[in-house]
Design a protein around this ligand. Structure first.
Ligand SMILES: *[C@@H]1O[C@H](CO)[C@@H](O)[C@H](O)[C@H]1NC(C)=O
Ligand SMILES: *[C@@H]1O[C@H](CO)[C@@H](O)[C@H](O)[C@H]1NC(C)=O
Ligand SMILES: *[C@@H]1O[C@H](CO)[C@@H](O)[C@H](O)[C@H]1NC(C)=O
Ligand SMILES: *[C@@H]1O[C@H](CO)[C@@H](O)[C@H](O)[C@H]1NC(C)=O
Length: 379
């Protein structure tokens, strides 16, 4: 996927980009212990290991079973267990809940002008013009937004850091190095990046970047929709369809990237919780999760982020079970859904018998379609 496609996709609404893989449920369980009892993360981790050691009867086995320790924003862990072991843990008095790890899948988001958040860049602002909502919010200046998704493509012009002041001193996160990702992949716009591969099979990991780099484009789309800087003259495939400026809703804000979704379209809940736990410690102001599980699989642990003063925003989902059903509707988060868009892409298609049909397409005109079709046929 080239850059034009990535930047253009900010303007599209409610497109499901990846199917949910039909993954057999793994034996990773999430053991949730509620508020942490100690400030020191290593003490919290040690208490998890003690608990597991008493179940396994072996320190070594216990350590091997751990997938994630949650120790900053709340206490808990993800571990590979069998049913008996999970049941034993559930009976510990300090355990709030034990559940099998589930796989969430990515969602998408909305268009800002359609919502009335018009962009008047600082240069275009007339003095007599009334201050807009976005301007009063300083376009998100110095707000740190954590995006929990499939990573990011840092070379996209949406994340150019030209003109940004240094990273806020209160930022406590990291730029985690990996495949096709080094320290210079972070900048003053993408100020932090981490990745979480626990709960993903080796086969899937082999096909994706083992780093914060985004292979599918979903996380890049979401991050640029939220926080992308202005990029002029973008269009679908650079071909003139839907041409305009791409920019995020809070175009001056900073991004912290947490990659939990992988190329098979799955985002293990165990990994999402690790990202939330780290994001609380890192010091994000807002957490955005454009993903969801099945109805009833809301991520209750987001409450710990909200208790630390972080605004948590979820996408409402792209599908039913029945129309007008929203996912991720827990009362302490903001759940955003869109039901329509304010533009269309009419395209005329000319058939072999010269009959002309008008419909909607992501191709600008019929000759483009037939060229692409020819290319496909020749493959
Ligand atoms: C789980 O593993 C333990 C050994 O650690 C074993 O005693 C128990 O029978 C196993 N339970 C199941 C359901 O496989
Ligand atoms: C890694 O850093 C060097 C500069 O030190 C840069 O030229 C290169 O493009 C970077 N690689 C990636 C994959 O970002
Ligand atoms: C956008 O493209 C038009 C026409 O190609 C050009 O006149 C204009 O200067 C471009 N704007 C920017 C900001 O690059
Ligand atoms: C339609 O497609 C052809 C072939 O790609 C192109 O030359 C032409 O400019 C396109 N028409 C418009 C209105 O973009």
């Amino acid at each position: 996927i080239g850059m034009d496609m990535r930047t253009f996709s900010c303007a599209l609404l409610l497109v499901t980009m990846m199917p949910l893989s039909t993954k057999a449920s793994s034996k990773i369980y999430i053991v949730y212990l509620g508020e942490k009892k100690h400030d020191d993360p290593s003490t919290v981790t040690a208490s998890h290991h003690d608990m597991l050691t008493s179940v396994f009867g072996s320190k070594d086995e216990a350590r091997k079973s751990i997938v994630y320790n949650y120790k900053h924003g709340f206490s808990g862990f993800a571990a590979t267990l069998n049913e008996t072991q999970a049941q034993t843990l559930a009976e510990f008095p300090e355990v709030v809940r034990v559940k099998l790890n589930t796989y969430h899948k990515p969602h998408t988001t909305q268009s800002w002008d359609f919502l009335g958040l018009d962009y008047d860049g600082p240069q275009q602002q007339q003095p007599q013009q009334q201050e807009g909502l976005l301007q009063r919010a300083k376009y998100g200046e110095n707000i740190i937004i954590g995006v929990i998704d499939s990573g990011i493509w840092p070379e996209s012009r949406s994340f150019d850091d030209t003109g940004y002041s240094p990273v806020p001193a209160r930022w406590n996160g990291v730029c985690q190095i990996g495949h096709a990702w080094n320290a210079t992949s972070c900048n003053r716009k993408i100020i932090g990046a981490r990745w979480y591969s626990g709960g993903i099979s080796a086969d899937v990991l082999k096909m994706d970047y083992n780093s914060p780099r985004d292979l599918t484009g979903h996380g890049t789309h979401v991050a640029s929709t939220i926080a992308g800087s202005q990029v002029w003259n973008v269009s679908h495939r650079g071909g003139g369809l839907g041409v305009g400026m791409a920019r995020g809703g809070a175009p001056r804000s900073r991004l912290a990237i947490y990659k939990v979704c992988w190329v098979d379209g799955s985002c293990p809940e165990a990994a999402i919780l690790a990202a939330i736990d780290d994001a609380i410690k890192d010091g994000v102001d807002v957490l955005s999760l454009s993903l969801g599980g099945s109805p009833g699989e809301e991520i209750f642990e987001t409450l710990h982020a909200v208790l630390q003063g972080i605004s948590v925003v979820f996408a409402g989902g792209n599908e039913g079970p029945v129309p007008q059903t929203v996912l991720n509707a827990v009362p302490w988060v903001m759940t955003v859904a869109a039901s329509t868009i304010d533009r269309s892409f009419p395209t005329q298609v000319t058939l072999g018998n010269n009959e002309k049909l008008v419909g909607q397409s992501l191709h600008y005109n019929a000759s483009v379609i037939s060229n692409d079709f020819k290319a496909l046929v020749h493959l």
